[in-house]
Design a binder for this molecule. Structure first.
Ligand code: XMP
Ligand code: MG
Length: 183
C-alpha cells in the first residue's frame, strides 16, 4: 500500500493543530467498520445517508470496502431558528429518496453533544424506515447530551476540538488524510 501522507501540523488563523489519529489508523478502523456492516446487512439493501460536508471522506473510504448491495445518498443539515419555539432546529436538505420501509445507515463525521443526529434521526423516524443505524467516525462520549444509539463508532475521543479528514475549522482543513487536534 501507499506510504502514509499525514500532515504534521496545521495553523488556521490563530489556532495550531497537531497530529492525533494517523491515516493508517483511520483506514484500518474503517475496514473493520465496513466488515461489521457487511455482516449485519448481508441480506439487506440499505440506504446509506451521508451527512455533508464533514462525512465526505469517511463515507467515500467506507463505501470502497462495502461488498453489500446498497444505495448511497447525501444530505445536509441546516440550522434555523423557529419562530414558534426557541432554539435551533435542524432541517434535512437533499433527501429525495423515499425511505419508508428502508434500512438506513446514517454516516456522520463526529458525534459531540449528539443534538444534530438526535434531531436528524427523529425526523427520519417520522418517515417510517424499517431501521436506522448510525455510523460515526468519531465520538466524544463525555460531551454527549442526548440519548443516541451509536451502532458503528470509529474512535471514541476526549472532548477536544479535532480537524482534518473531512472536519473543518472555519471551513478550512478538511483536506488532510489524518486527523489533527487543537494544541
Ligand atoms: P453535535 O454536538 O450536534 O455536533 O453532536 C455535531 C456537529 O458539530 C461539529 N463538530 C465538530 N467539528 N471538530 C469539528 O471540526 C470537532 O471537534 C467537532 N465537534 C463537533 C460537526 O460538524 C458535527 O457534525
Ligand atoms: Mg458534520
Amino acid at each position: 500500500s501507499l506510504p502514509p501522507t499525514d500532515v504534521s501540523m496545521m495553523t488556521i488563523k490563530d489556532k495550531t493543530f497537531v497530529p492525533f489519529i494517523t491515516e493508517e489508523a483511520i483506514q484500518a478502523r474503517i475496514q473493520e467498520l465496513a466488515e461489521q456492516i457487511n455482516q449485519a446487512y448481508a441480506d439487506k439493501k440499505p440506504l446509506i445517508v451521508v451527512v455533508l460536508n464533514g462525512a465526505f471522506l469517511f463515507a467515500a473510504d467506507l463505501a470502497k470496502h462495502l461488498t453489500i448491495s446498497c444505495e448511497i445518498t447525501f444530505i445536509r443539515v441546516a440550522s434555523y431558528t423557529a419562530t414558534e419555539s426557541s432554539g435551533q432546529l435542524k432541517e434535512i436538505l437533499g433527501l429525495n429518496e423515499s425511505i419508508a420501509g428502508r434500512d438506513l445507515i446514517v454516516v456522520e463525521d463526529i458525534v459531540d453533544t449528539g443534538f444534530t443526529l438526535y434531531e436528524v434521526c427523529q425526523q427520519l423516524q417520522e418517515k417510517e424506515p424499517a431501521s436506522i443505524a448510525i455510523a460515526t467516525l468519531l465520538f466524544k462520549p463525555t460531551a454527549l447530551k442526548k440519548q443516541l444509539d451509536l451502532h458503528y463508532v470509529g474512535f471514541e475521543i476526549e472532548n477536544r476540538f479535532v480537524l482534518g479528514y473531512g472536519l473543518d475549522y472555519d471551513g478550512l482543513g478538511r483536506n488532510t488524510p489524518n486527523i489533527l487536534v487543537l494544541e
